[in-house]
Design a protein around this ligand. Structure first.
Ligand code: HEM
Ligand code: SF4
Ligand code: SF4
Length: 513
């Protein structure tokens, strides 16, 4: 699947520009926007750790819940109080990064095709995380808890599924019984298990999922949570009293933003909003789009030796190995699981049979993108190289999801744009430099740590550094001046053009000197 090119003011361009600013502040390795999912995991673990501590001292009961939380907060503020604040701020941070993660995947268009699975499994996560958080606000049994509990029960009463009104149980302290607190506590302590299970399903078809942010980011986030806990400790808002309707309670807008709506709208209206939003998210992957759908990868058994390189490099676990079915002497063969394939072409770049040094004009690789056969790409490259003129002839290999390299094609510059830079077999670089068809090779693609297809940038870097198969065999050490790598997003076209010019100037100085 190809992303549309960002128009001057598209959301994607704004996102890329904003992330460019974050890159300048934090660097590509610590840009929080590149680690939103991983930060979600970090905050989840902080919640589990701080929650386990609080649970040791929390008491379940109408008369004892509030005092027990007060004890935790004030009697042992140096640990219990900080844990309570960490618990609250980590939960806020979790919903913030979750919603930013959702928005980012949406803006980048990474929710269609085979990505529907991660998208759809994200929806119950939103529900569960919100349910657990709202439930958490009921547990201290202060005025906020009373407000949230009664409003929630009235909201549920609107559904025609309960035999009697739930809110009747909250008309007075006498009617309410301790079993309610046991239930709250049970749901709150078991929900992390369900969340963890859903997270596991969420990343089930993602190879090498990034579930841990870089150490610097972890340290920074933990310090920020600690600073918040010390400056604005989480406090209760006075004991609940069902005889008095709570007024002017402060609410946590990250979790409880629908509650003020409940005061002004009908419960049905709020249900329509919540269910409507979920349904909209649920159908998004299948709504019509102008995005071009590229056919998925296909295996050509006669050129597959069962080497597993495509399995190792596929970012979406879309290639599996099966026992050989065609009688050739190899043990295994590659098989593409079509509904997991995002058509990135990375497997083609990984396959040894994709080498540009094949004698046949119409050769096939072990694994191919049917709409971009490897032999056709070699011909396209050779034809573009053949027309180059001047003393700094360069071929640029790039990615359809990053800076548009077709704009920089010129008399001295040939281009080959691929669905992902890692679709490029390293042998194409050697081929371009062979017999002086080009003076230099320039490689570009999505910004560092932000590959649209997740692993393409890393695999390319490792193949060029000869740390990953298939390795670049050409000895870059003696010729490195003839190879340049520059990562540039669709918002970095100017920087890309400038870097290419500096590379060509360097090539000219090499040939003159
Ligand atoms: C706290 C909740 C969530 C956590 C911790 C989380 C975490 C993650 C992680 C770790 C990845 C893999 C990232 C990578 O290695 O590239 C991922 C991918 C993804 N997530 Fe989430 N996620 C959450 C909620 C959601 C939600 C609510 C949605 C949308 C409804 C969503 C949509 C996606 C999509 C579409 C991908 C796949 C991206 C791709 O194909 O490159 N996630 N998530
Ligand atoms: S690496 Fe190949 S099989 Fe895997 S998602 Fe990309 S195109 Fe599909
Ligand atoms: S990389 Fe090529 S040869 Fe190796 S298993 Fe995959 S398709 Fe077969």
């Amino acid at each position: 699947m190809n992303t549309p090119k960002p128009t001057a003011l598209s959301a994607r361009r704004l996102l890329l520009q904003f992330e460019g600013i974050l890159n300048r502040i934090f660097g590509e390795n610590l840009n929080p926007f590149y680690y939103l999912g991983a930060l979600g995991f970090l905050f989840f673990w902080v919640l589990v750790g701080s929650g386990a501590y609080l649970y040791i001292f929390y008491k379940t009961g109408i008369e004892i819940s509030y005092p027990s939380v007060e004890d935790i907060t004030h009697e042992q503020w140096y640990l219990g109080g900080i844990m309570r604040s960490l618990h609250r701020y980590a939960s806020d941070a979790l919903v913030v990064v979750m919603m930013l993660h959702l928005l980012r995947e949406y803006i980048l268009g990474r929710y269609r095709g085979a990505r529907w699975f991660a998208w759809i499994t994200g929806i119950p996560l939103i529900w569960l995380i919100y349910a657990a958080g709202i439930n958490g606000y009921m547990m201290p049994w202060d005025k906020l808890a009373q407000y949230v509990t009664v409003a929630t029960m009235e909201w549920f009463d609107w559904l025609p599924i309960f035999s009697g009104p739930l809110s009747q149980s909250f008309v007075s302290q006498e009617v309410l019984n301790d079993r309610f607190f046991t239930l709250l506590s049970f749901f709150h302590t078991t929900s992390p298990v369900f969340i963890l299970f859903l997270l596991w399903v969420h990343i089930l078809h993602i190879s090498y999922p990034v579930v841990n942010p870089r150490r610097g980011l972890v340290t920074g986030m933990l310090l920020a949570l600690l600073a918040l806990a010390l400056i604005y400790p989480a406090l209760s808002q006075g004991p609940a009293d069902l005889g008095i309707e709570p007024r002017n309670v402060g609410i946590d807008w990250f979790f409880l933003f629908i509650y003020p709506l409940m005061d002004t709208w009908s419960p049905g209206g709020v249900w329509a909003l919540v269910v409507g939003f979920s349904l909209l998210l649920g159908v998004l992957p299948w709504l019509p789009t102008r995005q071009k759908q590229i056919p998925v990868a296909e295996v050509h058994l006669k050129d597959c030796s069962g080497c597993r390189l495509c399995v190792a490099d596929c970012p979406y676990e879309a290639v599996v190995m099966r026992p050989r079915s065609d009688g050739l002497r190899f043990l295994e063969e590659a098989v593409v699981v079509a509904d997991r394939c995002v058509s990135c072409g990375i497997c083609v770049g990984a396959c040894p049979s994709s080498t540009a040094f094949r004698n046949e004009e119409k050769y096939e690789s072990g694994i191919e993108m049917p709409s971009m056969p490897i032999a056709g790409l070699r011909t396209e490259m050779a034809n573009d190289l053949a027309r180059l003129k001047g003393d700094a002839r360069v071929i640029v290999f790039g990615c359809d999801n990053a800076a548009d390299i077709k704009e920089i094609r010129s008399e001295g510059v040939a281009v080959l744009s691929l669905p992902c830079t890692a679709m490029l077999p390293p042998s194409f670089i050697e081929y371009a430099l062979r017999e002086h068809q080009a003076d230099g090779v320039f490689i570009t693609g999505c910004r560092e740590n932000d590959c649209y297809h997740r692993m393409g940038g890393l695999w390319t870097t490792q193949r060029l550094a000869r740390e990953r198969e298939p390795r670049l065999r050409w000895r870059a050490d003696s010729n490195s001046a003839r190879l340049r790598v520059f990562w540039a997003s669709a918002a970095d076209s100017k920087e890309l053009a400038a870097e290419l010019e500096s590379f060509r100037a360097r090539l000219r100085s090499l040939s003159n000197g």
